[in-house]
Structures are given as structure tokens and as C-alpha cells.
Design a protein around this ligand. Structure first.
Ligand code: 13P
Ligand code: SF4
Length: 310
């Protein structure tokens, strides 16, 4: 059928009808951020999902995030506007290969970044996000060897910050590996007052130019609180919508990708649209489902994270 003319109004009325909550990640398109009940980084979204009273969770983000919400809320319906909204980082860690990697490193504790599938979570001891990874590794006794998966860039960053050795799974994110160091340096020369800030999924040459490194929520907070008026932002540019709202007088320059494309936008995050969000709520589909066995095994390391990051 035809779409309603006012999608915002139609989504709002469906929200009441379903007693739904809309959770959105900072990389969603601005319209979706504006209609969401809650916007956050991965940790904040997991916490919001753990604490909601709604009957239906509409997750405007990627699959592993909606899956985390379902793991925490088996009795609620969790909708993802486009089921093919995956994540290159999660895909870079297939369960079979990871099981063999784990078996090759017995006695190691497995700390996995939340950007992974429920199957990988089920093989992990503790989950972390970019906002608590350092804190979580620091709480693990020095004599315990650790596997860190799947992001090698975040893993390397955690190694630097903690002085701990981690056995790294060699995964990465296509978006955060696309930034051009050369273009960032050129921008810094053209904007001498600007500060470069970056997400820890970026590669070392980009991180070296950043005066602040953090999760999306940490980057947003830093821009708000810093005296600096101009920033070069090395993460998915969706976050700039909130930076601009929080500090309208400041100037935010998205860090450019190597090629002249818009490949600094996450192609998976951007699969969600306002239209698909509306249709998901109208049809109560696509819905996230998983076996109870996997869910329970994946829940344990998520709960451990939540306990360790209060
Ligand atoms: P944050 O937890 O920092 O929001 O990161 C999520 C993500 O997918 C980064 O690419
Ligand atoms: Fe995954 Fe990268 Fe997209 Fe984040 S930006 S969801 S890590 S592909």
C-alpha cells in the first residue's frame, strides 16, 4: 500500500499502539535520530534495552545491536527495519574459524567487542564496547592471558592503554579503515585550530593524529565540553548530526575517505530508512529471533560486561 504522507506522525501513532520504544545508534540518518526515543553508543543502547518497559523494541541500528537487545529481552519483540543491516566487523569473525582460534589458545579468557554475532558472544567470557574495553581489560588479573576479538584496531589500542598483551583476532571495520591519513594531515594544515578526534576502530596512522580517541558517545561529549571550535571527526559522519545539535556554533569536518566516495558512511547502518522503520512497525517484521541455547550462552558475557561497567 501507499506510504502515509507524514511518516513522523504515522510512526508516533504506531509507537503508542504497540507500546514500542525506538532505539537508534548515532550512525543512523538524521531523520531516524530525530524520531528515536533514545540515541546512544553501543553500551548506552544495550543498557537502554536492558532497562526498557516497552513491549516492542524497534532497533534502528545494525543486526548485532538488535540481537543484543533480544538476548537481554527474550519476551519482547525486537524489530530491525532491514535484516540485512549487518556489520563488516561482525562478519570478519565467522563462528567456525573462531572456535578453532579459541581451541588453539586454551586457558585464554575471551573478551569480545560487542560488534560480533550471538554465536561469537556465546563463545566469549566477557563482552566489551569501545567505551568500556580499557576498563574491562584492566579488571582482569595480570596473569590471565586474553584473546581479544574481533577488532584488531580496538585491540591494539587497548594493548597500548593497558600495557597488556592481547592475542588479537584480525578483524576490522570497512568504514573505519577507509580514512585517509594524508587527507587528515592536509585538513590539519588548512585548519590549524582544528582538533582531530577518532574512534578506536581506526587504524594506527589515523589514531596518531587524534588528540582524543573514544566511542561515539565519548566523542560527542568531548566536542561539547572542549574549548575547541573546530573538529576533524574520524568516525561515521552520522554522529555529526548530534554534535551540531549539541554545539551549533562549532564546526565539524568529517574525516575524508581515501577515495572520493561517501564510503565513510556505514553502508549497513544506512540501510535503515524512515520508510522501512514505519513498515517494520506496521508489519511487526522483520523480527530478531534466535535459539534459546545461543541466547543463554550469549547472555552470560553481556551480563558480565554490564556488571563490570557500572
Ligand atoms: P560505538 O559503541 O562507539 O557507538 O561504536 C559502534 C560502532 O559500530 C562503531 O563502528
Ligand atoms: Fe560495523 Fe563498521 Fe558499520 Fe560500525 S561502522 S556497524 S563496525 S561496519
Amino acid at each position: 500500500g501507499a506510504l502515509p504522507l507524514d511518516l513522523f506522525a504515522a510512526i508516533k501513532s504506531l509507537k503508542q499502539e504497540l507500546n514500542a520504544v525506538i532505539l537508534a545508534h548515532y550512525y543512523q540518518e538524521p531523520d531516524i535520530q530525530d524520531i528515536a526515543d533514545f540515541i546512544g553508543d553501543s553500551l548506552q543502547l544495550a543498557k537502554a534495552a536492558a532497562n526498557t518497559n516497552a513491549d516492542v523494541i524497534v532497533f534502528a541500528g545494525v543486526h548485532f545491536m538488535a540481537e543484543t537487545a533480544k538476548i537481554l529481552n527474550p519476551d519482547k519483540m525486537v524489530l530491525l527495519p532491514d535484516l540485512s543491516a549487518g556489520c563488516s566487523l561482525a562478519d570478519s569473525c565467522p563462528p567456525k574459524e573462531f572456535a578453532a582460534f579459541k581451541a588453539a589458545h586454551p586457558d585464554h579468557l575471551v573478551v569480545s567487542y560487542i560488534n560480533c554475532s550471538a554465536e561469537i558472544k556465546a563463545m566469549s567470557d566477557i563482552i566489551c564496547t569501545s567505551s568500556n574495553a580499557v576498563k574491562i581489560v584492566q579488571q582482569i588479573p595480570e596473569n590471565v592471558p586474553i584473546i581479544f576479538a574481533p577488532d584488531r584496531n580496538l585491540g591494539r589500542y587497548v594493548m597500548e592503554q593497558t600495557g597488556r598483551h592481547l592475542v588479537l583476532w584480525q578483524g576490522s571495520c570497512i568504514v573505519h579503515e577507509t580514512f585517509s591519513e594524508k587527507k587528515i594531515v592536509q585538513l590539519k594544515i588548512a585548519h590549524p585550530e582544528a582538533e582531530a578526534i577518532a574512534h578506536p576502530e581506526c587504524e594506527p596512522p589515523v589514531l596518531r593524529h587524534a588528540s582524543f580517541i573514544g566511542s561515539t558517545a565519548a566523542l560527542l561529549k568531548y566536542c561539547q565540553e572542549s574549548q575547541t571550535q573546530e573538529f576533524i571527526v574520524a568516525t561515521e559522519p552520522g554522529i555529526i548530526h548530534q554534535m551540531q545539535k549539541a554545539a551549533p556554533q562549532k564546526h565539524f569536518i568529517p574525516a575524508p575517505p581515501i577515495n572520493n566516495c561517501n564510503c565513510n558512511e556505514c553502508p549497513f547502518m544506512r540501510l535503515n530508512t524512515l520508510e522501512k522503520l514505519y513498515l517494520a512497525m506496521k508489519n511487526c517484521a522483520p523480527e530478531i529471533t534466535m535459539s534459546e541455547e545461543i541466547r543463554l550462552a550469549a547472555l552470560r558475557p553481556i551480563q558480565r560486561m554490564l556488571e563490570m561497567s557500572v
